[in-house]
Design a protein around this ligand. Structure first.
Ligand code: F6P
Length: 365
């Protein structure tokens, strides 16, 4: 096997807390123990197509463990296979296959292995590059925790902490004003973040995409609380949750993005309908990108450093085109292409759901 002399690191998809910890983990493993040079690719695949790279030495890798976001920049719109070139005279978008340009960047900078820190979209984009001969190692990240093949992703536990804190704080106003407080959380089509935040904060109602809900049942439940006891209810609502038989609420379409749909707005709809039907004053808080921002929690620093250093070991053992994964408490190497384009959703009988139901949480079903 050809000796690894230089590696590349790329962060793709949405940013999340813990990306810099992962960059540091890979980079320092390479520099300290093996004398391997490290190159950072700017702005995800965009930088690989456009040949924008930066040197990563100990200076660049120091002091970033606790920083949110990614020092390399990222992008959740660029696909090497369908690269957006701009618009033609009629205003139509022009796309090209930029796989060769990516491979030219890899060759020009003598990148022997590319470390790709991303989610299912990023890993899907990796496929044509692997087919063109790229050697890569994947590291799973996303606050959504929805990557196929791993129980945990970088960013999830920090977002969980933020979601829980927000829901905890909504209790005061709900209690004081006897209101229904709806909090909309991110997560795309997966309910992990909302479910875990709802469970941790003792939310009264949890609405997730995997369990379509009946608004009559939700109204009945919040009314029973008004009659029974405290009179207020906290609802943790995932952006992808939807009533039975209805579509998800789309907040915007992003042209040129491999996944063009952005969800959002269901929380406001739920609050409005509850107020109309029950007469209970209702309010909505949408957490949005606050869930992705700021410094990583201690757990994410540990997860990111563990994943990153394990990923580096995989490269040193020649186990290319794999993704590090945490499965039942053990680190494993999965085929990166198996994680591509799939989502890990919450099983309806998951222990978190059973636990929530046991303490009388309503799922609206
Ligand atoms: O995948 C992470 C995520 O934050 C989702 O939870 C959310 O639906 C989406 O990204 C938002 O994307 P953007 O940053 O493009 O608005």
């Amino acid at each position: 096997m050809k000796k690894i002399k230089r590696i590349g690191i790329l962060t793709g998809g949405g940013d999340c807390p813990g990306l810099n910890a992962a960059i540091r983990g890979i980079g320092k493993s390479a520099l300290y123990h093996n004398g391997i040079e490290v190159i950072g690719i700017r702005d995800g695949y965009q930088g690989l197509v456009e040949n924008r790279v930066q040197h990563l030495g100990l200076d660049e890798l120091s002091g970033i463990l606790t920083r949110g976001g990614t020092i390399l920049g990222t992008n959740n719109k660029c696909s090497p296979k369908k690269y957006y070139e701009g618009k033609d005279e009629s205003g139509a978008s022009i796309y090209s296959n930029a796989v060769d340009r990516c491979m030219a960047t890899v060759e020009e900078h003598c990148i022997d292995v590319l470390f790709v820190i991303g989610g299912d979209g990023t890993f899907t984009c990796t496929k044509p590059l692997v087919e063109a001969g790229l050697r890569c190692i994947g590291i799973p990240k996303t606050i959504d925790n929805d990557i196929h093949g791993t129980d945990l992703t970088i960013g999830f536990t920090t977002a969980l902490r933020i979601g829980t804190m927000a829901l905890d704080r909504l209790h005061s106003t709900g209690d004081s004003h006897h209101r229904v407080m709806v909090c909309e959380l991110m997560g795309r089509n997966a309910g992990w973040l909302t479910l875990a935040s709802g469970l941790a904060s003792g939310s009264d109602v949890i609405l997730i995409p995997e369990i379509p809900f009946d608004l009559d049942k939700v109204c009945e439940f919040v009314e029973s609380r008004r009659n029974d006891q405290s009179g207020f209810s906290i609802i943790a609502c995932a952006e992808g949750a939807h009533p039975i038989g209805e579509e998800q609420v789309v907040s915007m379409h992003i042209e040129n993005s491999p996944d063009p749909i952005r969800l959002g707005g269901i929380g406001g709809n739920v609050a409005r309908i509850i107020e109309d039907r029950t007469g209970i004053e209702s309010r909505t808080t949408t957490l949005g990108h606050i869930q992705r921002g700021g410094e990583p929690a201690a757990t994410d620093r540990v997860v990111a450093t563990t994943f990153a250093t394990a990923a580096f070991e995989l490269a040193m053992r020649g186990q290319f085109n794999t993704m590090v994964a945490l499965c039942d408490g053990h680190m494993e190497a999965k085929n990166i292409l198996d994680a591509a384009g799939k989502q890990r959703l919450v099983p309806k009988d998951h222990r978190f759901i059973r636990a929530a139901r046991a303490v009388r949480t309503c799922f609206g079903d």
